[in-house]
Design a protein around this ligand. Structure first.
Ligand SMILES: Nc1nc2c(ncn2[C@@H]2O[C@H](COP(=O)(O)OP(=O)(O)OP(=O)(O)O)[C@@H](O)[C@H]2O)c(=O)[nH]1
Ligand SMILES: [Mg+2]
Length: 313
């Protein structure tokens, strides 16, 4: 993308033009040519938005909750963005389209920007693509970014690393699935949400989670447990309050700085790794690499020795 074109898009996006914003977001999401320039131009203006992550098992009501949160935050912020990340989805359609339809009402609101991202083909991984998108949204005037992702696997944990506050959504009657959630809870959750509280079993789920939390007394932040019925909107207010409380604690305790440093490290190390690999690949050369690979394949050289040999030059 030419420099002037980027400048024009940035100016228009800053003024609130969603289409220009969408274009810029796509360029950085896909790491297309021009992405580095956009991020360099905007970087000094990032780090101001509040980033709220919403994660949990499939079908738990995350999108419905995010939709409610978007509405609640929109009452006090001029620009809110929703980034729905679906690491398991091989293409951007399907379930994500469902989210879009549910969010149609929000979509029509000029102050709300919605983007879906699936895992395939993100340079440097989904977590870094998400961070790039959040940064651009932030720099161009978005006050609150809500990031939805499914599950508690490693990739999801990495994605949610961009968030200042992470809400982990559970539902009554999860059975064995709750074990998987429990394992990840203290690692990632700042606020625990028991959604579908209109269903039977909500009390047990709350009790279960409370008991589990009581085992981790030395944790500096004790995640509150909030009941919601996202479909009716019940509990949204309390959830926003809990998020705000965590934000205040995080800012005051140094946790926010710690998280932002961790996120910056992921980004810098990622770029460093790519740059080093490019440099080394150039130095080693494809023909030497191919020759070493062939010898490793036919077992006349072990892979460790191959690397030592290649690096020696
Ligand atoms: N009974 C009840 N149903 C709910 C509640 N919240 C959401 N649902 C329903 O649960 C279903 C899944 O909701 P979504 O918001 O799409 O859940 P999700 O976690 O985003 O789903 P995925 O993104 O596909 O993992 C929908 O049919 C919702 O209407 C609730 O509080 N109570
Ligand atoms: Mg969803």
């Amino acid at each position: 993308m030419a420099a002037t074109a980027t400048g024009d898009l940035v100016a228009r996006a800053r003024a609130g033009d969603k289409r220009s914003l969408a274009r810029l977001v796509s360029v950085v999401e896909n790491d297309d040519p021009g992405a580095a320039e956009i991020l360099r131009t905007l970087y000094a203006d990032t780090g101001r938005a509040q980033v709220v992550g919403v994660t949990g098992p499939p079908g738990g009501g995350k999108s419905t909750l995010v939709n409610n949160l978007a509405g609640a935050y929109r009452e006090r912020s001029s620009r809110v963005a929703v980034v729905a990340v679906d690491p398991s989805s091989p293409f951007s359609g399907g379930a994500i389209l469902g989210d879009r339809i549910r969010m149609r009402e929000r979509f029509l609101d000029e102050g709300i920007f919605i983007r879906s991202m699936a895992s395939r083909g993100h340079a440097g991984g989904l977590a870094r693509a998400t961070a790039r998108v959040v940064n651009v949204l932030n720099a161009l005037g978005t006050d609150v970014v809500l990031v939805e992702t499914v599950g508690v696997g490693q990739e999801e944990v990495d994605v949610i690393g961009v968030a200042d506050t992470v809400c982990l959504v559970t539902v009554p009657g999860l059975g064995d699935d709750i074990q998987a959630i429990k394992a990840g809870i203290l690692e990632i959750a700042d606020v625990l949400v028991v959604n579908k509280a209109d269903r039977p079993g909500a009390d047990e789920t709350v009790r279960d989670l409370a008991q589990m939390l009581s085992l981790a007394k030395d944790h500096p932040w004790k995640p509150p447990i909030i009941r919601t019925s996202a479909r009716s909107g019940e509990g949204t207010r309390e959830l926003v309050d809990a998020i705000e409380k965590h934000r205040a604690w995080s800012a005051g305790s140094g946790e926010q700085v710690r998280r932002r440093r961790a996120a910056a490290r992921v980004e810098v190390e990622g770029l460093l790794r790519e740059a080093l690999l490019r440099e080394l690949a150039g130095r080693v050369g494809e023909s030497r690499l191919a020759a070493a690979v062939a010898r490793v394949a036919e077992r006349s050289l072990d892979p460790y020795a191959a690397v030592e040999e290649l690096l020696r030059g």
